[in-house]
Design a protein around this ligand. Structure first.
Ligand SMILES: *Cc1c(COP(=O)(O)O)cnc(C)c1O
Length: 366
């Protein structure tokens, strides 16, 4: 029995078929259709944010946010993420500047940001890694002090709240990914979240070639318009997202109970006041204490058809495009370098059974 790191949340096929019939009847299949409008409104309500703009994946909102805010020069970011974070900076002709992470959240270490600021710095792009909120208040204080924009890659943070408020309200903009592997998916998809109507308008122009009207183009936009089929699918998945997150929470609890007293295995507990989405269950292996290295455990699980993933190994800063940058040196990134060598994300999704969880744990707990 193969156990994968995740499994997509799928809508009921009969319900989906009914919505497909409506699309076929209307013959309106893309370009801000009825399901597109409904999904943007439903997501804004669910996520408790003022404005949502849908995108065809989670990478284009990152690229577009930097365009919308006219970011240039240097952008401070984390090496401990999915490559799309840094690629979006590169695609805008900006230079990524890597800052180390903190062990507590696996997010950018706010205490190390100021030392990386130069006269060319225009923005900070942190990541709420594994959906764990980074230190948003401290980051905003630095941004305000130096006049920088903050764009959060919140691809992992769908539905995450701190003291009842969405993390997507922090900074200038936040991005989401609705890829099949994420907590909430629209097959492929994503969104930009913004706080004011003007930015929403500009974003909607940018994702539609820059068109501000039938004959007016106001910016060198891109095409990231989402079709009606994916929006209908997304509306159905939104109805079951709370149940899916509740099931993920149960899986996290089962892992925590079993692993709590295993030497050399570290994992995250819930943070006070935070509504988590349990998007990932990373564990960090201390080879000496556990008696086995991270890779030994990773391949042992693989031999047993358990497909965890080493998110995020290798660090983005080690890839050929970026490794020549001065900030990419491992000496500049000691915590990220260590964590990348300790991490395994265990299988985590709404459909994991007790038998599967116990099978995984039996192999890990000696
Ligand atoms: C998934 C992901 C993205 C990219 O999303 P896609 O929808 O795959 O384009 C960006 N950043 C992070 C941190 C991600 O995990």
């Amino acid at each position: 029995m193969q156990i994968t790191v995740t499994s997509p949340l799928l809508p009921d096929l009969d319900e989906f078929h009914k919505l497909l019939q409506q699309i076929w009847d209307s013959k309106w299949i893309t370009n801000n259709g009825s399901f597109h409008k409904q999904l943007e409104a439903a997501l804004a309500e669910y996520l408790k944010v003022p404005y949502v703009s849908l995108f065809t994946n989670g990478t284009l909102p990152l690229i577009t946010a930097l365009q919308a805010l006219r970011i240039n020069g240097e952008v401070i970011t984390t090496p401990y993420s999915f490559v799309a974070t840094t690629h979006s900076i590169w695609w805008n002709g900006c230079r990524p500047v890597f800052v180390d992470i903190e062990e507590e959240t696996c997010g950018i270490d706010p205490d190390k940001i100021e030392a990386a600021i130069t006269p060319k710095t225009t923005a900070i792009m942190p990541v709420h890694c594994y959906g764990k909120p980074v230190k948003m208040k401290q980051i905003q204080e630095i941004a305000d002090k130096y006049g920088l924009k903050v764009i959060y890659d919140a691809a992992h943070a769908f539905g995450v709240e701190v003291d009842g408020e969405s993390v997507l309200k922090a900074g200038d903009m936040s991005t989401l990914s609705f890829h099949a592997t994420k907590v909430y998916n629209t097959l492929e998809g994503g969104a930009l979240v913004m706080q004011d109507e003007q930015t929403k308008k500009r974003t909607d122009y940018l994702k539609n070639f820059g068109f501000a009207g039938e004959t007016e183009v106001v910016a060198p936009g891109i095409n990231s318009k989402v079709d009606e089929v994916r929006c209908a699918y997304g509306l159905l998945n939104l109805k079951q997202i709370d149940d899916a997150i509740a099931k993920r929470q149960q899986v996290a609890q089962a892992y925590r109970v079993a692993l709590r007293n295993v030497p050399g295995v570290r994992f995250f507990e819930d943070m006070p006041g935070v509504r988590h989405n349990y998007s990932y269950f990373p564990i960090f292996i201390n080879e000496k204490e556990y008696g086995m290295s991270r890779d030994e455990l990773y391949f042992k699980l693989r031999e047993n058809d358990i497909w965890g993933r080493r998110y995020f190994y290798p660090l983005i800063s080690t890839f050929s495009t970026y490794r020549g940058l001065p900030s990419a040196s491992p000496a500049n990134l000691p915590v990220a370098t260590r964590i990348a060598n300790e991490v395994i994300c265990l299988p985590m999704h709404h459909g994991l059974t007790d038998t599967e969880i116990n099978h995984i744990l039996d192999l890990m707990v000696k």
